[in-house]
Design a protein around this ligand. Structure first.
Ligand SMILES: Nc1nc2c(c(=O)[nH]1)N[C@H]1C(S)=C(S)[C@@H](COP(=O)(O)OP(=O)(O)OC[C@H]3O[C@@H](n4cnc5c(N)ncnc54)[C@H](O)[C@@H]3O)O[C@H]1N2
Ligand code: MOO
Length: 394
């Protein structure tokens, strides 16, 4: 059995990014850049006013003096002439500074009478001018390859004056749940021995959040020939096929055997971690196959770690971009851990991380309560309140 770090290193070393595609800016949110975004021109493109008021030549302007208002500069329609001492231009936020003017006096300090204006004492100290290029220069790198385009990054991409962006293709994901006991949510109470199928929904949500497109999600029949056919169909359709459940050692655990006729090669078949020991990763027909344990908490923990890492690689991101470990203090005591790398479900409290009381790998309620995963190396000693731990947003 390999260690968690060895398993991650295998993912990092073996996963190559999918080809890129061009998308219009308006459709790029959530995608990952396949080429960097450079600014087409500087911003602001000229010196511009940062306030509504009057543009003047500072050196020849004092409070109380009368200036002639000789024109107007609006964003999108600047003043073409020049400002001389004793003159002012009515100006609005974002408008280009006219030639000869170097300061904007806010209109709150101005008294305009007809075509003249005077300014009250105390209009400084601000000059209220944004210098050309003070945001960025032409040719500047605004967003690097591998950036996921969140709302703030989209602003920067648009500001670069780029209509199309090259992004990595969205990995296509198919999710197959296994287990005769599973019933669609809403129907489990109708059958005495059924439980609501929860895991594939959570995995689908996680995959979407990570930038994937879920092309299929279903419960496979508990029969090997049917599952073998399903595996083949899903390998044709998807870049990543995820199987949940059937990963342990029971005689009806078909998760790996169903891919055998498709020539699956395993990268790893078990990881020394808790929960999630039965997680495995394989490759068949040029596609990825990820086996997750059926226990809901084990499935979500291993998906957070390995599915996120796999989807990052397929989208040209590094694993460290999606597994950002933080050093955080504990708000509770933590017991010593055993021989496997342990991932403790925890919640952020005002003063630190608090582990959830129910750490059973089969639970579902605690998943809704956990927002952090604490990582403890094998055989870690017990820790007291205030002790520092390594944790990941869950
Ligand atoms: N003799 C051994 N037994 C088990 C071992 C072992 O090493 N030797 N490993 C244990 C560990 S660790 C885990 S984790 C589980 C993993 O089991 P499977 O991946 O085979 O999962 P299942 O048996 O199919 O299901 C486990 C549990 O989870 C429920 N489940 C499954 N799928 C779903 C779903 N889609 N939605 C909701 N709940 C689901 C299922 O009903 C079971 O209760 O094996 C241990 N056993
Ligand atoms: O490793 Mo299993 O994931 O304990 O429940």
């Amino acid at each position: 059995m390999i260690s968690f770090d060895q398993a991650l290193a295998l993912v990092e070393a073996s996963v190559a990014s999918l080809p890129g595609e061009d998308v219009p800016l308006a459709e790029a949110a959530g995608r990952v850049l396949a080429v960097p975004v450079f600014a087409r021109r500087e911003a602001p493109f000229s010196d511009v006013a940062a306030m509504d008021g009057y543009a003047v030549h500072d050196g020849s302007t004092t409070a109380g003096m009368q200036l002639a208002v000789i024109g107007e500069s609006r964003a999108g329609a600047g003043f073409s002439g020049a400002v001389q001492p004793g003159q002012a231009i009515r100006i609005f936020t974002g408008a280009p500074m006219p030639k000869g003017a170097d300061r904007v006096i806010m209109q709150e300090y101005a008294m305009q009478e007809g075509d003249t204006v005077r300014f009250a004492e105390g209009y400084g100290p601000g000059w209220h001018v944004r210098a050309a290029g003070s945001d960025f220069s032409a040719g500047d790198l605004l967003l690097d390859v591998g950036t996921r385009l969140g709302p703030r990054a989209i602003v920067a991409a648009a500001a670069a004056d780029q209509a199309m962006l090259k992004v990595s293709a969205q990995p296509k994901v198919a999710i197959i749940g296994t287990g005769d006991e599973l019933a669609p949510p809403g129907e489990a109470h109708l059958r005495a021995d059924a439980i609501p199928e929860s895991v594939t929904y959570g995995i689908a949500a996680l995959a979407k959040q990570a930038g994937a497109r879920v092309v299929a999600r279903m419960i496979g029949e508990d029969s090997l020939p049917a599952l073998e056919r399903l595996a083949g169909d899903m390998l044709d359709k998807a870049d990543v096929v995820i199987v949940t459940g059937g990963a342990s050692v029971g005689e009806r655990d078909f998760a790996k055997p169903m891919f055998a006729p498709h020539g699956m090669e395993l990268l790893f078949s078990k990881v020394a971690m808790k929960p999630g020991k039965p997680v495995w990763l394989g490759r068949a027909k040029g596609k990825w196959v990820l086996g997750l344990p059926g226990n809901p908490t084990s499935a979500m923990v291993t998906a957070r770690l390995f599915l996120r890492a796999l989807l990052a690689g397929l989208q040209g991101q590094s694993i460290t971009q999606v597994l950002q470990w933080r050093a955080l203090p504990l708000a509770c005591q933590m017991p010593a851990t055993g021989g496997r790398e342990t991932f403790i479900r925890a919640r952020w409290d005002a003063d630190g991380l608090r582990s959830l009381s129910n750490q059973d790998s089969g639970v579902q309620l605690a998943l809704a309560q956990a927002d952090w995963l604490i990582r403890s190396a094998p055989n870690s000693p017990a820790l007291d309140v205030g002790g520092m731990v390594t944790a990941l947003e869950f």
